[in-house]
Design a protein. Structure first.
Length: 517
């Protein structure tokens, strides 16, 4: 009898612990109905008993909303989440309309995608109901963006700039962390917050859409492609630095608990060392596989090409990407790094360009979806109410980042023109900074006004980046007028620049020849 009583007590404790995380459960529309004023987005939430809005909704104590779309059934049946389908339709249509509107106005379409997402998101009219599901689907845009980036830019092309990309990229992150840490300390703030802000600002954008000829690459890569600058020297340095930043993300995540005071310095150092060892091991294994197994596998695909349909090859490449992503996630590395590594593995073979042509349609679609989902993180009302402060912060960030990056590149004895162009190309704050900011907020490293300031500055930075790139030709002309830049040589600077410029020209001719054929 005592055992039964003890067991009952334990069960009550267990159930109370489990149910403690649940604030309220909405199973039917009439049970927890609340009176509220009519809003424009209510047009999309019509009271229809057969609509997917009747699906049970779980809201935890942190106000996270989860849609339960697979109710228990006696027989296995296919379930349909109509709310998710409607949300995806809204995102796709709004992104298309925003892109068309800005293209017709002669403005960068990326701004149209971001603003369209901000209008339909929680900061706008809240047309999208299942934010988590939509953002999860949109993450495939990042996956295919960086997979295509790996296909386009192999290690061979970046070998000429590996010193400034690796050492210079790490030096940039370190300088930003030290500069912001010292500045915040002198202003009476916490040094840990300043160090995080430095790491936060050091990230530059890697993923956005290029609709000039319907090609999708990174935000920086979009404008480099439009100006045939990807194979130019400053384009190679920019791309190499972006790749280094993607590799450093895992180390920054390991640093956040130390800055938040949730772990000791020794534990943080051990965590970062572990992340670095895992990263090196992962890249080494992928390099060996790309030299041995990948060529054999692709030859097998070619030998079976008469028996397999063309789309089967595409499925095989997608399977490879997903497999490497799974390994990267299990090892605690970023999905972006895994996607890029998968592309580099195929780019070392003769089928890199063919694979890129197959992936392009999927990449274009999901990249547009990803941009709109990034826009949904932007609060239009907050940007409008604090546009003066945020605009001043963005201008300050652009100036400081341009100066720091240009100084680092110049330290590796590159020309003034190359240094300035790389600095302006990396002057924005990357969209991956949203993830770092969310993680820091969970660790209570940044809160309140600082969180909103960083969030708004990042959002406004993404919106104004296309305008910044439009200023690059004017800056080049001004540099030539003031005799800072040579008037005739495009990318020739000091030590090694002539060789790098010749290599860039050869790569450009190869790319043009492949497009002509």
């Amino acid at each position: 009898m005592l055992n039964h009583a003890t067991l009952a007590i334990k069960m009550r404790i267990y159930l109370s612990a489990v149910l403690e995380t649940v604030a309220r459960v909405k199973t039917k529309k009439n049970e927890t109905k609340e009176e509220k004023s009519f809003q424009l987005h209510d047009v999309f939430h019509l009271d229809d008993e057969n609509r997917a809005d009747d699906a049970p909704t779980l809201i935890d104590r942190n106000d996270n909303v989860f849609i339960i779309s697979n109710p228990k059934s006696k027989y296995p049946v296919l379930q349909l989440d109509l709310r998710l389908i409607l949300d995806l339709i809204i995102v796709i249509v709004s992104a298309t309309c925003g892109g068309i509107a800005f293209a017709c106005a002669g403005q960068p379409v990326i701004t149209g995608y971001l603003l369209a997402g901000s209008i339909i998101g929680p900061g706008g009219f809240s047309f999208v109901g299942e934010m988590v599901q939509v953002e999860t689907v949109a993450q495939f845009g990042v996956i295919f963006l960086l997979f295509a980036l790996g296909l386009e830019f192999s290690a061979t092309k970046l070998r000429v700039v590996r010193a400034v990309a690796v050492l210079g990229g790490l030096l940039q992150i370190f300088l930003f962390m030290c500069l912001c840490g010292i500045t915040v300390s002198l202003c009476g703030g916490k040094a840990s917050e300043g160090v995080f802000v430095g790491a936060f600002l050091s990230m530059s954008s890697t993923a956005v859409v290029n609709l000039y000829e319907l090609h999708v690459l990174g935000l920086v890569l979009k404008f480099l492609m439009e100006r045939n600058s990807i194979s130019a020297l400053h384009g190679q340095v920019t791309i190499g630095t972006l790749i280094l930043q993607d590799c450093a993300v895992g180390l920054l995540f390991a640093l956040l608990p130390v800055l938040g005071g949730n772990s000791g310095v020794l534990q943080g150092v051990l965590s970062m060392t572990k992340s670095l060892v895992v990263l090196i091991t992962f890249l080494t294994i992928l390099t060996i596989v790309s030299w041995t197994c990948v060529p054999w596998f692709l030859k097998l695909m070619i030998s079976l090409s008469s028996q397999l349909a063309v789309y089967i090859h595409l499925y095989m490449h997608i399977t490879e990407v997903v497999a490497i992503l799974q390994c990267s996630d299990k090892l605690g590395l970023s999905l972006e790094l895994g996607s890029f590594a998968a592309g580099v593995m195929i780019s070392t073979t003769d089928l890199g360009q063919h694979t890129l042509e197959q992936v392009e349609p999927i990449r274009n679609f999901f990249a547009a979806l990803f941009l709109a989902s990034i826009g949904m993180l932007i609060n239009v009302h907050f940007l409008w109410n604090h546009v003066d402060i945020l605009l001043a912060a963005v201008i300050l960030v652009i100036i400081i980042k341009t100066m720091v990056v240009a100084a680092v590149v110049k330290g590796f004895r590159y020309s003034n023109k190359t240094s300035i162009l790389v600095g302006m190309s990396l002057a924005q704050i990357g969209e991956f900074a949203f993830v770092l900011l969310s993680r820091a907020s969970n660790l209570h490293l940044v809160e309140g006004k600082l969180y909103l300031l960083l969030l708004g500055t990042t959002a406004l930075s993404l919106v104004t980046t296309p305008l910044l790139f439009k200023l690059i030709p004017a800056v080049v002309r001004l540099g030539v007028l003031l005799r800072w830049f040579p008037a005739d040589s495009p990318e020739i600077g000091l030590k090694g620049d002539s060789l790098r410029a010749d290599s860039a020209k050869r790569i450009t001719l190869m790319v043009q020849g492949s497009h002509d054929s």
